[in-house]
Ligand binder design. Structure first.
Ligand code: MG
Length: 450
C-alpha cells in the first residue's frame, strides 16, 4: 500500500477516498500500535461526514481494546488540550482543516498533545498494509463515554488571560466551522463586544472557503470597517490558525500575526527562542532582534517545528500560514489562544492593530509555482544548487538563496507535482526580480532534467 498519511494525517474526499471502512482500519491499527490498551480521546469538526467517521473510529478503537473518550465537535487545539487534561494515551481528530467541505481527514495525536510524528505514522501504515491489526477478544473490548472537553479548555484560557478593560469590538469569522463553538464566546467572556460572521455551524461552509486567505476574507474586512471594529479574526476549518484584519480593513499575513504575537507573548523573557520554518518572513528575524532572542528555522510544516522543540526547546513556534504554537501551553497550533492573546495585546495598549503592525519593517513577497514531475525533483534541486552557487545557500528545505537585500526559496511540494518559488525583499520591485530570477532558473533546470 502506498503512503496513507500526507502532511496532516490521512486526507481524502469523504465516503469516496476516506470511507468509514478506512477510518475503522486506521483506528484498529492505532489500537494495535498502542498494544490494545489505553484511553484515547476522539474529536471531530463539523463537516457533513465527521460524525459518520467518528463512529467508525470509535468502533475501531473500542474493538481494538482501547477505551474512548468522545469529546464531540471541537477545534483541534481543544482535542490536544483534552489529551493532556484527561491524561490520555492518544487522540484522534477528524478534520480536513482548511480543505473544501467534501474532504475530511483522520489525524492521530500522542499523549503529549502533539500530532504523531512521521515515524509513528509509518508504523500505522505498516500495520494497515500487512493487515496486521489485532482485535480484542469479546471480554476485552473497550468502553466509550462522552466528556466535555470544551468547558475545561475555556476555563484554562480564561485563567491565563485577564479580562480586558477597554471595550474592544471584534468581528470573528469562523467559516461556519469548528472555531464557532469557541472563539466568539471566549472573546465575549474576556469582555469584548463580538460581532460574529459565518459562526453558525454548517458543514457545507456556505459563508466562505475554510482557508483564511485574503481573497476569502473580503466580507470580514468589509464588516470590520462597517462596524468600526478594532480587530477582525478569521480561523481555518479546525481553528488551529488565525489570520487578522486591522481596524482599516487590511488583512495581515500569517507571518505578521506571528510576529506581533511573538513580540507580545515573549516580552520580558530572557533570550527567548522563536521556532519557525525557512518559508517565514524575515520579519521574524527583526522581532527576534527586538526581543534579544534567537530564531531557529526548520523544514516546512508544523511537525518539523514540534520536532525541533522536542529536541532543542523553544518558547513559541509558528508558520507563515498563521499557525502559532505556545510551547508552554500545548504542543499544538492554537488559533483560539492566538485570538485571546491578540485581544490581550490590544487591551494593554492605546495602540491600534495597524499601529502595532507599523512598528514592524515592511516586506514584499512574491509566490509562484511551476509544474515539475515528482521524479525530476531531486535532479532539479541539484541543478539549482549549481546555478545559484555564487550566493549564500541554505539547504534546510529545498534551496534558500540569501542575497543582501532579500531571499528566495525554491522548494519541491511534498504532496503535488509542483515546485514552489517564494521570494521576499524590502521593496516590491526587488521581490519581483528575485522571484523572476528563481522562476527562470527553475524552468531551465526542469528543461535540462527532462
Ligand atoms: Mg487547520
Amino acid at each position: 500500500m502506498s503512503k496513507l498519511f500526507g502532511t496532516f494525517g490521512v486526507r481524502g474526499i469523504s465516503n469516496l477516498e476516506l470511507t468509514p471502512k478506512l477510518a475503522f482500519e486506521l483506528s484498529l491499527a492505532l489500537a494495535t500500535y498502542l498494544r490494545n490498551k489505553g484511553t484515547i480521546v476522539v474529536g471531530y469538526d463539523n463537516r457533513t461526514s465527521s460524525e459518520m467517521l467518528e463512529q467508525a473510529v470509535t468502533a475501531g478503537l473500542v474493538g481494538g481494546g482501547c477505551n474512548v473518550i468522545r469529546v464531540g465537535l471541537v477545534p483541534t487545539s481543544v482535542l490536544s488540550f483534552a489529551i493532556k487534561n484527561f491524561q490520555c494515551d492518544a487522540g484522534v481528530m477528524i478534520t480536513a482543516s482548511h480543505n473544501p467541505p467534501e474532504y475530511n481527514g483522520v489525524k492521530f495525536w500522542g499523549s503529549s498533545g502533539a500530532g504523531f510524528q512521521r515515524a509513528e505514522e509509518r508504523k500505522i501504515e505498516r500495520i494497515i498494509s500487512k493487515r496486521a491489526w489485532r482485535r480484542a477478544p469479546w471480554n476485552r473490548v473497550g468502553k466509550a463515554r462522552q466528556m466535555d472537553a470544551l468547558a475545561p479548555y475555556m476555563r484554562a484560557v480564561l485563567a491565563a488571560i485577564p479580562r480586558v478593560k477597554l471595550e474592544l469590538k471584534v468581528v470573528v469569522d469562523c467559516a461556519n466551522a469548528a472555531g464557532s463553538v469557541a472563539t466568539p464566546s471566549l472573546l465575549t467572556r474576556l469582555g469584548c463586544k463580538v460581532v460574529s460572521l459565518n459562526c453558525q455551524l454548517d458543514g457545507a461552509f456556505p459563508g466562505r472557503l475554510a482557508e483564511p486567505s485574503p481573497e476569502n476574507l473580503k466580507e470580514l474586512a468589509q464588516t470590520v470597517v462597517a462596524c468600526g471594529a478594532d480587530l477582525g479574526i478569521a480561523h481555518d476549518g479546525d481553528a488551529d490558525r488565525t489570520i487578522i484584519v486591522d481596524e482599516t480593513g487590511k488583512v495581515l499575513t500569517g507571518d505578521r500575526v506571528f510576529a506581533l504575537i511573538a513580540l507580545h507573548h515573549l516580552r520580558g523573557r530572557k533570550r527567548p527562542k522563536i521556532v519557525t520554518t525557512v518559508a517565514t518572513s524575515s520579519v521574524l528575524d527583526d522581532v527576534t532582534e527586538k526581543l534579544g532572542g534567537d530564531v531557529a528555522r526548520t523544514r516546512v510544516g508544523e511537525p518539523e517545528i514540534i520536532e525541533y522543540f522536542r529536541r532543542r526547546g523553544g518558547d513559541i513556534g509558528g508558520e507563515e500560514n498563521g499557525g502559532i504554537i505556545f510551547f508552554d501551553w500545548l504542543p499544538c497550533r492554537d488559533g483560539i489562544l492566538t485570538a485571546a492573546k491578540l485581544v490581550e495585546m490590544l487591551s494593554r495598549s492605546a495602540m491600534k492593530i495597524s499601529e502595532f503592525d507599523a512598528t514592524l519593517p515592511r516586506y514584499h513577497q512574491s509566490k509562484q509555482r511551476v509544474r515539475c514531475p515528482d521524479e525530476l525533483k531531486p535532479k532539479v534541486l541539484k541543478a539549482l544548487e549549481r546555478r545559484f552557487k555564487r550566493y549564500k545557500l541554505d539547504r534546510t528545505d529545498g534551496l534558500r538563496v540569501v542575497t543582501d537585500d532579500g531571499w528566495l526559496l525554491l522548494r519541491p511540494s511534498g504532496t503535488e507535482p509542483i515546485f514552489r518559488c517564494f521570494a521576499e525583499a524590502r521593496d516590491e520591485k526587488r521581490a519581483k526580480e528575485l522571484a523572476d530570477l528563481g522562476m527562470k532558473e527553475l524552468k531551465a533546470s526542469i528543461r535540462v532534467a527532462k
